[in-house]
Design a protein around this ligand. Structure first.
Ligand code: FE2
Length: 381
């Protein structure tokens, strides 16, 4: 067993000067910005990460700026952006946005210069894992603007293939950002629904990392701390959800959860969530959290040091956790019945069949059959 994570993490705005110094020492000259929204985020992140260098230093060339405002990036988006950047030989990717922006930026960085003409060629590169041998030629600074995905500290990126009804997880050490900057103020004004949805994603990362077959003592410590932080925050006063001081709480919880699952990957909750997102449009964090309580009960007997997991959730018995999760969904008016998302009884077998993603479902401590997953989903219908 070992724990490994190479991302250099900078916290809060008072770390900006340290980060600027680091980037100056590295003498990056040609940045590529991938941002969710140029007006809202770019200046703040630019000022913090590069200060006046981007505009005034004679060494810095005009950065290329890509605005990417799609959720769940598709391989078609990648092909289009890859063509857009093929003649721009950048040395530092600065990604400012949520998980989708970070995943796209990580993919562009890790596959920089690989050359893809169309989606067919990209599928061959991904499925045949040809990208694993591709050398890295740019570093990356990840600046998350939502607290949840943990993408800033994980070595993979998700690309969706809507045409083929598939989801790909690209994974290699080249998908680690070199630096991450955590600025909770960038999440200010994010609607409550989106804030909670990504926090639920982080909660699942932490809990799943804890019971994952691949858990190790360090990842488990990060998991427990993340669960405590996130549960405490989601059960705090509603007025506390959107202010600068309290946004530090989910930002920290998300990073700790990210560190935990960067070494373990996720398990059945995430694996079952993929068809719910791909075919029924359920947001990622909500889709994963729908089955969290059920999976905790199912995995209970197979989870080492399980009393610590219960304590972190603030529960006394495993049966209380689904009720606590229901309470969180109801509190934030997030629908928790599958039928609320247009899913019908006759859809369940197909969803269950598509709920087995390699590296996720087989990382669950209890092996689930398709019938087991159908049972879980029917109880949520
Ligand atoms: Fe996730």
């Amino acid at each position: 067993m070992f724990f490994y994570n190479p991302v250099k993490l900078y916290f809060w705005s008072d770390s900006c000067s340290l980060l600027r110094k680091e980037l100056e020492n590295k003498k990056y000259l040609k940045p590529l910005f991938v941002v969710w929204n140029r007006k809202v985020f770019l200046n703040e992140a630019l000022n913090c990460a590069l200060g006046s260098r981007a505009k005034e230093s004679p060494g810095i060339e005009d950065p290329m700026i890509i605005e990417f405002d799609r959720t769940n990036p598709d391989i078609r988006d990648f092909v289009s952006l890859s063509r857009q950047t093929e003649n721009y030989d950048w040395d530092l990717t600065v990604a400012v946005g949520g998980g989708s922006v970070l995943d796209m930026a990580k993919s562009l960085t890790a596959l920089k210069g690989i050359g893809v003409a169309d989606t067919r060629e990209l599928r061959e590169i991904i499925v045949g894992e040809k990208y694993l041998a591709h050398p890295a030629s740019a570093d990356m600074l990840a600046v998350p603007t939502t607290a949840g995905t943990g993408s800033e500290v994980t070595p993979w990126a998700t690309l969706w293939d809507r045409e083929m009804g598939r989801k790909y997880s690209l994974s290699s050490p080249n998908f680690f950002a070199k630096y991450a900057l955590i600025l909770p103020e960038l999440a200010a004004g994010l609607p409550e629904r989106a804030t909670i949805s990504v926090a639920l994603d982080a909660l699942c990362h932490a809990a799943e990392a804890y019971w994952a077959k691949s858990a190790n003592p360090v990842s488990s410590s990060y998991s427990l701390r993340a669960i405590r932080i996130l549960m405490g925050w989601m059960r705090s006063e509603i007025s506390e959800i959107d202010n600068y001081e309290t946004r530090r709480t989910p930002a920290l919880g998300s990073v700790l959860a990210g560190l935990a699952f960067s070494n373990t990957r996720t398990t059945a909750c995430h694996s079952i969530s993929y068809p719910l997102t791909l075919n029924f449009g359920v947001e990622h964090g909500v889709a994963a959290a729908l089955t969290l309580g059920s999976l905790l009960e199912i995995n209970w007997a197979a989870t080492p040091e399980r009393h610590l997991l219960l304590e972190a959730f603030g529960a006394e018995t495993p049966g209380q956790v689904p009720k606590i999760m229901d309470g969180i969904f109801d509190r934030f008016q997030i629908k928790r019945r599958l039928s609320d998302y247009g899913i019908r009884f006759e859809d369940i077998p197909q969803i269950a069949q598509n709920s087995f993603t390699k590296g996720r479902s087989d990382n669950n401590p209890v092996n689930l059959s398709q019938e087991d997953v159908e049972d879980i989903l029917l109880r949520l219908l």
